[in-house]
Design a protein around this ligand. Structure first.
Ligand SMILES: Nc1ncnc2c1ncn2[C@@H]1O[C@H](COP(=O)(O)OP(=O)(O)OP(=O)(O)O)[C@@H](O)[C@H]1O
Length: 301
């Protein structure tokens, strides 16, 4: 089966800065894939290269088998990108924006699909509103519609929910999930890790331009050796355990253990301090914790 996206040894430099360092991975058709990393990790640079907006210094990217440099038009036709920044012409209405965008892809009679997109994204009432008159969240919806005018099989969303309220975010995700169920491949970057955890099947993490993790979500979560425990004690936390403390929640001390096997030593320290354990619970590891651990030290994929 042809991959939806093939990224092969891609590097990109901005002067002395290495924005992407020999990045390789593939996304299969129908996947819901997350591309995560802290600010400046290289996510947007990679997406720009996928969309042919910038060119990698070395390596190759193929979208549905089409090389983004040699076969730019076909690669672009199969890809829909929702950019991180809101880019629009303030003098066009929402509908005009989408009809013009269709024109860029050579689609002349796209009105019915544009109307369907407007409806699906809750924009029908705003169809004739000027872009500049829309709220930020509504503009974001138009960005999504714009990326879909040519019905691309592969959709890349660069932080689509930044600054979007909860209700809008939920309906956006319902729609994106519907597209995924209909067979579209989805790649998502987000700083809301619970979003990636809920929606995505496989996760890639970038750190300073390098790929540091590439795993199915469940594997990534279960592989993480680090665990947190929540401890409620009869007195203050012994000084010897202060370095393990990550935070305090409702009177419970949350301690991070490199391995669960170190719990024994923690309990011994508590006993030696003459303290009583009122509560002890193991905190389920979530993607945020894995992410933080990866970005602090981490393994290399
Ligand atoms: N046009 C450019 N010229 C110079 N440096 C750039 C340019 N675009 C990006 N960079 C740098 O490349 C690195 C990667 O940036 P990029 O925008 O790809 O990161 P990101 O992972 O998308 O971050 P964020 O989460 O903040 O969007 C950063 O150090 C950034 O400052």
């Amino acid at each position: 089966m042809t991959s939806a996206i093939d990224i092969v040894g891609v590097s990109k430099h901005y002067g002395p800065l290495t924005a992407l360092d020999d990045v390789s991975f593939s996304v299969m058709p129908g996947e819901f894939f997350a591309l995560l990393g802290p600010n400046g990790a290289g996510k947007t640079t990679l997406i720009s290269a996928m969309a042919g907006l910038s060119r990698q210094d070395s390596g190759a990217i193929r979208i549905m088998g089409h090389d983004t440099v040699r076969d730019f038009r076909d690669a672009r036709m199969t890809l829909g990108v929702v950019p991180q920044e809101l880019v629009f012409d303030p003098f066009f209405t929402v509908r005009e924006t989408l009809i013009f965008q269709s024109g860029y892809f050579g689609l002349k009679n796209n009105g019915a699909w544009v109307d369907e997109l407007l409806f699906k994204l809750g924009l029908t009432e705003k169809a004739n509103a000027n872009m500049r008159a829309l709220s930020g969240g509504m503009k974001r919806r138009v960005m999504v519609a714009q990326a879909l005018v040519h019905r691309p099989p592969v959709i890349v969303l660069d932080e689509p929910t930044a600054g979007v309220d909860v209700e809008l975010r939920q309906s956006l995700w319902d729609f994106i999930q519907e597209l995924n169920r209909a067979g579209h491949t989805i790649v998502l970057t987000t700083h809301y890790l619970e979003e990636a955890e809920t929606l995505c099947n496989r996760i890639a993490m970038l750190k300073r331009g390098r790929l540091v993790a590439l795993e199915p979500k469940e594997k990534l979560l279960s592989q993480s050796g680090a665990r947190e425990i929540a401890l409620k004690l009869s007195g203050p936390l012994p000084t010897a355990l202060e370095s393990l403390k990550t935070r305090e929640e409702d009177g419970r001390q949350i301690l991070r253990l490199a391995e669960l096997s170190t719990l024994e030593g923690v309990l011994a320290t508590v006993r030696e301090a003459g303290l009583e354990i009122r509560e002890l619970a193991i905190v389920e590891v979530d993607l945020e914790q894995v992410f933080v651990a990866m970005m602090r030290g981490g393994r290399t994929a």
